[in-house]
Design a protein around this ligand. Sequence first.
Ligand SMILES: [Zn+2]
Ligand SMILES: [Zn+2]
Ligand SMILES: [Zn+2]
Length: 285
Amino acid sequence: MSTAVVRDARLLLLGTGTSAGVPVIGCDCAICRSDDPRDRRTRSGAAIEFTDADGHARRYLIDCGPDHREHSIRHRFTRCDGIFFTHDHVDHTFGLDDVRRYNALMKAPIEVFADARTREFLERVYRHIFRRHENVNDSFVADLFVRTIAAGDTIDRHGLRFTAFEVLHGRLPVLAYRIDALDATGAIARDQPAPFPLAYCTDLSAMPPDAWRHLRGLRTLVLDMLRYRRHPTHLTVDEALSIAHDAGASRTVFVHMTHDISHADLSGRLPAGMELGFDGMVLGA
Ligand SMILES: [Zn+2]
Ligand SMILES: [Zn+2]
Ligand SMILES: [Zn+2]
């Protein structure tokens, strides 16, 4: 029997909005004025939470954007075991300064996984963290352990396997992640608990040929869906629906939406097995 070692696993969608968030500053369109809480979208990011084989609660973040502090307070986070970055855009990275609170609470450094471009960006923007010895005053900064990863790399942590793969965000190759649950021998479990196998694919306009093998047999697919009109770096509603159809996950959830999309309106028109994400949505246990 090939049983997963992780228990009580879930994917928590922390934010499901595009880079400006919804409502958009200074906009009085119907969606920005909507009373539906599902139309309020903070900047996109997610947490994978589970109990490991030793009974320890674990949490990994995918991206850490400018609303991370609000997400953390909303969901009462007290720990973060690692952060997997998809790319270097501000809406996915500008919460990194706040993770120092987890260092203080856990008394341990946090592992950060990023491709070479994103690592260079983080080290430049967060110079006070990475070149701490140059700070005029030795104030409290995050304690991070950065690992450079590339498409095709797999990282096994506490019973999960994170596989990075490449998707295209306009001309920029960015990382998406497939996450599988492992058995006690370290092989992919035959019976993976929900939400696994899972793929998280934000900020893309095209799924390259090599990405498709990472979308096979998914229970859960989280996928970019910006708006109805064409966009150079994101999927439209129709493009996202087409990729979701071809991927054939049991459950597909769309994220990174603008104020063009009314949750109530589009939700009612999606095919079976496809849903719009919303801030605070939980997938899995
Ligand atoms: Zn984005
Ligand atoms: Zn608006
Ligand atoms: Zn982006």
